[in-house]
Design a protein around this ligand. Structure first.
Ligand code: AMP
Ligand code: MG
Length: 350
């Protein structure tokens, strides 16, 4: 049985929060909202508790988990000699959606980091997770609160869809504000490298660290061993996702043709639409979800995962989506869509 407590994000201190904090200390699992997505948390210092996260999610043991901390004192608890650069980045971006990969201290079980000698650390800004960290007084290991390879959970309902009965507690604090996961930045190499684009953009990082680089996240499933967390199939709904690139005009025309073709074949077609694009598909009988407007990438990011889940819930067989430009937050959005599409794009010529 999963017990649910409704938490007011404006005033998270409550009996429910206390009970959840005690449960975490005892080694139980608690899901909670953060400013990025919902997290599935366990005591980061307790190997047995962390093992239960992998089990509940069906997450492979080679995919490391982010450790959430309350303050800089906890950074020194979990990280071995964090570099000056970590402190500088913390000053600019913490609390917030930036995760730093640094050297791991042995107090953090190796299983948290999939056996690596590093640990990914983040000080979140969401009021519920912050109150939970404060009440529990332990670092909390937490991946996104979804079944492995499914779209990340951005509401309590999504968490229940995937994890009901598999975790002890769920704190329902409303929809996660950003809807996209944190940016993962590796500080253990020669130059800082983005391992996963996310809610903190490359452009924002460049202001503080001009030499930041971006690891190629696109990997071939045929490749030997994928780097941790870089599996190509990720964030996937049950329906097949088709991602189209090219000029808006040409892409929309192709998507309309494909909608008609799939419908003719007896398939139920879903379209993840950007703003006014929806007018092109509703008349064709497609099931549509509007993610927001092209000029408001924050809005698109916030609705991306919930829109994918909403289309799934309506039983569509395929989901058609037009890729947006990759500047700013567009890079994280493109990354999630590319993985939802299992690495395949349909490049449309003008
Ligand atoms: P999730 O918690 O579901 O958002 O996934 C966390 C992601 O953070 C993983 O899939 C990795 O991409 C990345 N990550 C976590 N820990 C490490 C680490 N020690 N080294 C490299 N990447 C990491
Ligand atoms: Mg995840």
């Amino acid at each position: 049985m999963t017990r649910i407590f409704t938490i007011d994000p404006a005033q998270p201190e409550s009996v429910g929060l206390r009970i959840a904090a005690d449960a975490l200390r005892r080694g139980e699992l608690v899901a909670f909202p953060t400013e990025t997505v919902y997290g599935l948390g366990a005591n980061a210092l307790d190997a047995a508790a962390v093992a239960r996260i992998f089990q509940a999610k069906g997450r492979p043991a080679n995919d490391p988990i982010i450790v959430h901390i309350q303050d800089l004192a906890q950074l020194y608890l979990v990280a071995e000699h964090p570099p000056m650069l970590a402190l500088r980045l913390a000053e600019h971006f913490w609390p917030g959606a930036l995760t730093l990969v640094v050297k791991r201290r042995p107090i953090i079980p190796a299983t948290v980091s999939a056996g690596l000698d590093t640990v990914a650390v983040r000080m979140p800004s969401g009021s519920v997770i912050r109150a939970l960290l404060k009440a529990a007084q332990i670092p909390i290991a937490a991946p996104s609160a979804n079944t492995f390879s499914r779209p990340s959970a951005t509401t309590a309902a999504h968490v229940l869809e995937d994890l009901d009965g598999k975790i002890e507690f769920l704190l329902d604090g409303g929809a996660a504000k950003m809807g996209l996961e944190s940016t993962v930045l590796d500080l253990t190499g020669e130059v800082p490298a983005i391992l996963r684009p996310g809610a903190v953009t490359l452009e924002a990082l460049r202001v503080v660290i001009p030499n930041v680089t971006q690891k190629q996240r696109m990997i071939d499933t045929e490749d030997a061993t994928p780097a941790p967390g870089m599996l190509i199939k990720h964030y996937s709904p049950r329906a097949r996702v088709l991602l189209y690139t090219g000029s808006a005009g040409a892409v929309l025309e192709r998507m309309q043709n494909d909608t008609q073709r799939y419908t003719h074949e007896g398939k139920r077609v879903g379209v993840l639409a950007i703003g006014d694009d929806v007018a092109h598909f509703a008349p064709l009988g497609a099931v549509t979800e509007v993610m927001g407007d092209e000029r408001d990438l924050e809005g698109v990011g916030a609705k991306l995962f919930s829109s994918l889940r909403a289309l799934d819930a309506q039983g569509v067989d395929v989901i058609l989506v037009r890729a947006l430009p990759r500047a700013g937050l567009g890079d994280a959005i493109y990354d999630r869509l590319l993985r939802a599409a299992e690495g395949q794009i349909i490049a449309v010529e003008d």
